[in-house]
Design a protein around this ligand. Structure first.
Ligand code: FE2
Length: 216
């Protein structure tokens, strides 16, 4: 599979007023594009040329330049699908019951999500993941990704400043609150959960790729 920048799954202004066109244009068109381009350049004429982005992330050395740019490319591909116009609010579908069971309800889930995402020191990500059969919220610094930790990423929020500074300046907690209330894409999380369950049943394992087109 060639390494190309996946298109946004919505228009540049689709997430306004919560995420501005200006932020999305820069974040997707500059930051994400640069990670994809750098990954492609680094694997050219190497044994990894022709490998999928996920294979590159899984096989490169954590902390290396290749890992950092490839993981950032993969993480951003998941990010765009983790948000949607008209998203947010309490979970729907199968994942709603798991949130009730694993966190004690929507309010407790939001409180923990805000704490984990807000407390991530410096640049990084917060994730809703499937850990065996339980939901967990975890944070990763810089480019690190649960993909290489045996966890199944279901959705993510980018807490690098480039994700929110134009719209929220230093107010990361406001951005996280808006993500939970207006942006989070529960349908995407449910699709990933369903895919994980299917693969777990068939293959006897819970490690799967997220349901992002072009990144399976
Ligand atoms: Fe980002």
């Amino acid at each position: 599979m060639s390494l190309t920048l996946p298109p946004l799954p919505y228009a540049l202004d689709a997430l306004e007023p919560h995420v501005s066109r200006r932020t999305l244009a820069t974040h997707h068109g500059r930051h994400h594009a640069a990670y994809v381009e750098k990954t492609r350049a680094l694997v050219q004429r190497t044994a990894m040329e022709g490998a999928s982005l996920e294979e590159i992330v899984r096989s490169s050395t954590p902390g290396s330049t290749l890992f950092n740019v490839a993981a950032q490319a993969w993480n951003h591909a998941l990010l765009w699908h983790s948000m949607c116009p008209g998203g947010g609010g309490p979970a729907r579908g199968a994942i709603a019951g798991m949130i009730e069971e694993n966190f004690g309800g929507h309010t407790a889930f939001c409180q923990q999500f805000v704490t984990v995402a807000g407390d991530q020191f410096g640049s990084g990500w917060a994730w809703l993941v499937l850990d065996d059969s339980r939901l967990r919220i975890v944070a990763t610094p810089n480019a690190e990704t649960p993909l290489t930790a045996g966890l199944v990423p279901l959705l993510t929020i980018d807490v690098w400043e480039h994700a929110y500074y134009l719209d929220y300046q230093h107010r990361r907690l406001d951005y996280i609150a808006v993500f939970l209330a207006h942006l989070i894409n529960w349908d995407f999380a449910n699709r990933n959960l369903g895919y994980a369950s299917g693969r777990a049943h068939i293959a006897g394992e819970a490690k799967i790729q997220p349901a992002v087109e072009g990144h399976r």
